[in-house]
Design a protein around this ligand. Structure first.
Ligand code: ADP
Length: 424
C-alpha cells in the first residue's frame, strides 16, 4: 500500500469526522483504532487516519503515541502527515498540540509547520490568528466552560506559543488570499525569523485549498477536517486519490440486531434521546447504580435481552447538567465519567453477545471506551448520516459490524432513527 496521505487524530470521533471528509473528497480512507498490528490486512486505500486517544493525556505519552503512528504511516509511503486536532483547538498550556507538533516536525525535518483549525462548514474560522466559533470568539463560546480544557483565549498564536518551545508566527488572511506563492514566501520569512509553526488564517474553503496545496510540500501539517479538505482537494488536483471511490451504499448489508447507546450529556443528545422514545424502547440508566456496581449493568442487559429480537432499542446514561454536576460532586468528575464509560462499554459487549451488529453510540469518550472494549481494529467510511458522522464498517478479524460514533453536539433531532435507516 502506498498512501497519498497519512493522518493522526487525537480522538476517535474527530478521526471519523476527518475520514468522512476525506472520503467525500474522493480519497478512499480507512480509520484505524490505534496503530494497526502488522497482521491487520487493510483494504487498498489512499489515506489512513490513525485514531488515538491523546487529546487529554500527559504530553509525553501523546508525543510517544503520535510518533509511533507517524512512523507506521511513513512506512506505508505517506509523504505528508496531517495531525488532526479539534476545530476548537481543544488543548491546555501543557499541550498536547504544541508538544506533538514539535516532535513530528523534528522527525519530518520541516523548518516550519502550517497550523489551522478552520472548518468553514461547521462555522470555525480563523482571522488575524483568532478563532471564531460561528459568530463569536472562541473564549466567548461554550468552549470557555469545557470540563477538561476550558478555552479562555481566542488568540491561537498565544495559545500555541504557551504550549511550545518554538516561536509561533501568523500567516494572515491577506497573504492566504494572495495565493500559494505568497504563502510560501511568507512561510520562508517566518522560518528565517525562527518560527517553528505558523497559525494560518482561513475563512472560506478556497483558503483551505490554498493552504492544503502548500502544506502538501511539507512533511507535516496540523489542523481539523477543514485542512483535511484542502489537502484532499490538492491531492485530487495533482492526480492522486481514487477517481471514483466505491459507492458506500454498494457494500453488502451486515444485518443482525441494532441498538443505540448514549453517554453524551450534550443538549443535542438529550433532545435526540427524547425523540427516540417515540421510535424505540428506551432504558434510562441510574448512574449511581452504574457506579456502585454490576446491578445497573445486569438490569440493562436483561432489558436488551427481552427486547432485542423485536427491533432496535436505546440505552442511555445521559442526563441534564444539574444532575451531572450533582453526581460529579458525589463521586468526583473523572471517577464518575470513567465508571459510566466502562459500564456502557460492558453493556455494548453484552449487546454484541446478544447478536447486535449495528451499533450507534453518542458521546466522544463513550465511543472510545466502547470501540476499545469491542476490540475493533478499524473502519471504512460509508454513507453520511449527519455532518461529520458517517456510517462506519468494521475491518479486521472481528465479526463485521456497522457503527456510528457521534460526538455530543452532532446530528439532527432524529439522529438515532436517521442512523439506523442508513445502517443495513
Ligand atoms: P460528549 O461527546 O457529549 O462530550 P462524552 O462521551 O465525550 O460525550 O462525555 C460524556 C461524559 O459524561 C462521559 O465521561 C460519560 O461517562 C459521562 N456521563 C454520562 N452520563 C452521565 C451522568 N448521568 N452523570 C455524569 N456523567 C455522565
Amino acid at each position: 500500500m502506498t498512501l497519498s496521505l497519512g493522518c493522526i487524530a487525537d480522538d476517535y470521533t474527530g478521526a471519523s469526522d476527518l475520514a468522512n471528509t476525506l472520503t467525500r473528497q474522493g480519497l478512499r480512507t480507512v480509520q484505524t483504532i490505534g496503530v494497526p498490528a502488522d497482521a491487520l490486512i487493510l483494504p487498498e486505500v489512499d489515506a489512513v487516519v490513525v485514531s488515538l486517544k491523546s487529546r487529554s493525556i500527559a504530553a509525553a505519552s501523546a508525543v510517544e503515541k503520535s510518533r509511533a503512528a507517524a512512523a507506521w504511516l511513513r512506512g506505508r509511503g505517506a509523504a505528508h502527515l496531517l495531525f488532526k486536532i479539534c476545530s476548537t483547538f481543544d488543548s491546555t498550556d501543557q499541550g498536547n498540540i504544541g508538544p506533538v507538533l514539535e516532535a513530528l516536525r523534528a522527525d519530518a525535518g520541516d523548518a516550519i509547520v502550517l497550523v489551522t483549525p478552520a472548518f468553514p462548514e461547521t462555522g470555525r474560522s480563523v482571522y488575524q490568528g483568532h478563532l471564531f466559533v460561528g459568530a463569536v470568539l472562541l473564549h466567548e463560546s461554550p468552549l470557555k466552560d469545557h470540563p477538561l480544557n476550558p478555552m479562555r483565549d481566542s488568540n491561537l498564536v498565544r495559545v500555541l506559543g504557551r504550549q511550545s518551545h518554538c516561536k509561533i508566527g501568523l500567516l494572515a488572511l491577506a497573504t492566504v488570499a494572495a495565493g500559494g506563492d505568497a504563502v510560501r514566501a511568507r512561510l520562508a520569512v517566518l522560518a528565517a525569523e525562527g518560527c517553528g509553526a505558523a497559525i494560518a488564517d482561513a475563512v472560506f474553503e478556497r483558503d483551505l485549498e490554498t493552504l492544503g496545496a502548500v502544506a502538501l510540500h511539507h512533511g507535516v501539517s496540523v489542523g481539523a477536517s477543514g485542512l483535511g479538505l484542502g489537502l484532499a482537494r490538492a491531492l485530487r488536483a495533482s492526480g492522486r486519490g481514487t477517481p471514483r471511490p466505491a459507492a458506500p451504499d454498494a457494500e453488502p448489508a451486515i444485518g443482525g440486531a441494532a441498538a443505540c447507546l448514549a453517554g453524551s450529556c450534550s443538549q443535542a443528545t438529550l433532545l435526540q434521546i427524547a425523540r427516540a422514545e417515540a421510535a424505540m424502547p428506551v432504558l434510562r440508566l441510574d448512574p449511581d447504580r452504574l457506579i456502585a456496581g454490576a446491578g445497573g449493568i445486569k438490569r440493562a442487559i436483561a432489558f436488551a435481552a427481552e427486547r432485542i429480537g423485536e427491533g432496535p432499542l436505546l440505552i442511555a446514561s445521559s442526563t441534564t447538567p444539574d444532575l451531572v454536576a450533582a453526581l460529579q460532586a458525589r463521586h468526583g468528575r473523572d471517577a464518575a465519567g470513567h465508571a459510566i464509560e466502562q459500564a456502557l462499554a460492558e453493556i455494548a459487549a453484552a449487546l454484541v453477545g446478544l447478536g447486535v451488529r449495528r451499533l450507534v453510540i453518542a458521546g466522544g469518550e463513550t465511543s472510545g471506551a466502547v470501540v476499545d472494549r469491542l476490540g475493533l481494529a478499524g473502519f471504512m467510511v460509508g454513507a453520511e448520516i449527519a455532518a461529520g458522522v458517517p456510517v462506519l464498517r468494521s475491518v479486521g478479524p472481528a465479526p463485521g459490524m456497522l457503527l456510528a460514533l457521534k460526538s455530543g453536539n452532532f446530528g439532527g433531532p432524529d439522529f438515532f432513527s436517521d442512523a439506523l435507516r442508513l445502517m443495513r
